[in-house]
Structures are given as C-alpha cells and as structure tokens.
Design a protein around this ligand. Sequence first.
Ligand code: NAI
Length: 336
Amino acid sequence: MKIAFFDTHNFEKSVFQKENKVHNHEITFFETRLTEHTANLAVGYPCICAFVNDRLDHITLKIIAASGTKLIALRSAGFNHVDLEAANELGLRIVRVPEYSPYAVAEYAIALILSLNRKIHRAYSRVREGNFSLDGLVGFDLNNKTVGIVGTGKIGSIMAKILNGFGCHVLAFDSLKNPALVAAGVQYVSFDELLQKSDIISLHVPLIPETRHLIDARALSKMKSGVMLINTGRGALIDTQALIQSLKSEHVGYAGLDVYEEEEGIFFENLSDQILQDDQLARLLTFPNVLLTSHQAFLTEEALSNIAHTTLGNIAEFEKGKILSNEVCAEKNLKK
Ligand code: NAI
C-alpha cells in the first residue's frame, strides 16, 4: 500500500525500512509534520502514517479525506491528537499501536524520579566544570516513601511493580482496579487521598476531556509540600501555569516532565539556533528542580521495533480487507 509517512525522524526510519521488507509497502518519508498546510502532500496516498505531534484536526482530516486517504495509521498509543468525530464523519479509519513497550515508559518514569531525587542532572554538569562539591545534592531514600500512581493500566501497573521493589508504599487511583496489583499490596484510594498522602505522584492516564488539567491549582494545593510530580503521560494532564506557580512558591519540590502541554512544533526538533518563543517552557527550564525531556520515554530499541511491526501490520490488515485489530473506534472513545 502507498503510505505517506509524516514527521519522520532518523531514529525510526531505518527500523521501519527493515520491518517493511516483510510487507513491501510503498513508503514515502516526509520530514514535515502533518498540518492543514502540509496535508496536500497526502494526495494519492490511501494511507497516512502519523506521530504524536502531527495535527489531525478537522480541517487537516477534511483535506486528506478529499485527496483519497482512507486510513490513518498512528505510530503511537495515544490518539488524543485526532478529531475522532471528524474522522468518523469523513469515513477515515484510524489504527494505533496500543502497546509497544510499557516497560520503556515505566522505566523512564523511574529514571526521572531517581535523577531528580539524587540530582544526577546537576551533578553531571558540575563535575564536567571541575566542581566536585556535594553541597545542594542531598537526596532522600526511596525506601518507605509513598508513591501515588494515577492510572494503573499497562504502564502504571509496571510502575507499581518496580516501586514495590524499591520498598515504596504504592497508592493508586484509577476508574478500574487491577486485582493483581491489589494482591501485590497496592492500595487503591480516592484521587484526593492520593494527592494528600503521596511523596511522589506519577501520571499514567490517557489525555481525554475528563483528564485535561487533572493536575490544576486545586489538585496541586492538596499535595504534600515538597512533592515530586512526574508526567510521562501527556502534557495537558497538567495545567502548566498552575505548576509554575507551585514551583515558584516551593510547594512542589520537583517536577519530572517528559511531555508538555504546548510541545507540538517544539519537541522532536533541534531548535538550538533559535530564540525559544514559548515563555512558559522557558520559565520551566529555569528551575533547578525541574527535569524536562522531549517526549522520549518510549524511545527504546524494543519499543521502536514493536511500533514498526504493529503499524505496518495494521496497514496490511486494512489492505487485505481484514478486521482491524487495533482500530480506534470513535463512538466508543467519545463516550469515555
Ligand atoms: P492504558 O490504557 O493501559 O492505561 C490507562 C489507565 O488509565 C487505565 O487503567 C484506565 O482505566 C485509566 N483511566 C483512564 N481514564 C481515567 C480517568 N478519567 N480516571 C481514572 N483513571 C482513568 O494506557 P497505558 O499504555 O498505560 O498508557 C498511559 C498513557 O501514557 C497513554 O495514554 C499515553 O498518553 C502515555 N504514553 C506516553 C509515552 C511517552 O513516550 N511519554 C509513550 C506511551 C504512552
């Protein structure tokens, strides 16, 4: 099948080329992101392959549907960037990669916790400048600390298991309880109780209307003073302005952020020669107790290989007229 691959990055191109030897799809790799301004590149491609910062809004979908596109293959688990209602109306079918390596993301969230706590990011820069002082680098034992996990699906469950290994007390909030976690000693509590009791809070729910700004000024005010907040979910789970205020007032003690509300057009790009125009992001980068990375929690060899395998397999199913095992169904998700 002819595929227009948008927002191509070097880290994934060769992985897809290797996996495509099995399928022989005709792939054109575009480096540009898919937006209403680049959508005309899709003319003649029945399939679009999109990543997390491609803009699949109503206007873009309308242009690609009119150009003959029938399938959008997301090479991500999240689909919050797709206007599902519009896709449904336009007859566009959407497939995704529901699971590629929950370990990659959970392990990365742990890496953020450990780095922030033990100030590895600061120590690394210091010793390279010849500063071997330890002042300001005091951390805390993870053993016996209370960690709150918001969302105990695939990624959150693995987080819980890893944290159990560190000797942490694990609290969880989710609309569905996972009995295996309860058996492992994880305690499900209300959202507010989790906020009030946790020393560290890690977010693993999808971004849907109900979870947008789940962490707002109210939620932040309920948290313990000095709390560590970790977000490898989606940027808009947190109200960034409210977080900045809490960091300034020193109520939030640490923030580990792999995602950011306004990351589209910034994350994944090398902007080192440019003046950063996003004032909120610039402010976040001034805090010594904020560790911010560019949406890289998924980035392991295993995850990339699984993403390529599932994405090209999803497309092959569509081409052969089979049932789409990883279809995102508009009605089902809109009711969530
Ligand atoms: P999952 O679907 O397995 O788990 C999500 C959990 O959230 C489920 O247990 C569900 O019951 C719960 N949930 C959903 N809405 C809720 C609500 N309103 N209140 C309480 N609980 C709710 O998803 P998975 O695979 O664990 O991924 C979680 C999120 O992580 C994804 O949606 C995605 O946004 C993000 N992600 C980030 C990556 C990165 O590189 N930074 C990579 C992969 C995923």
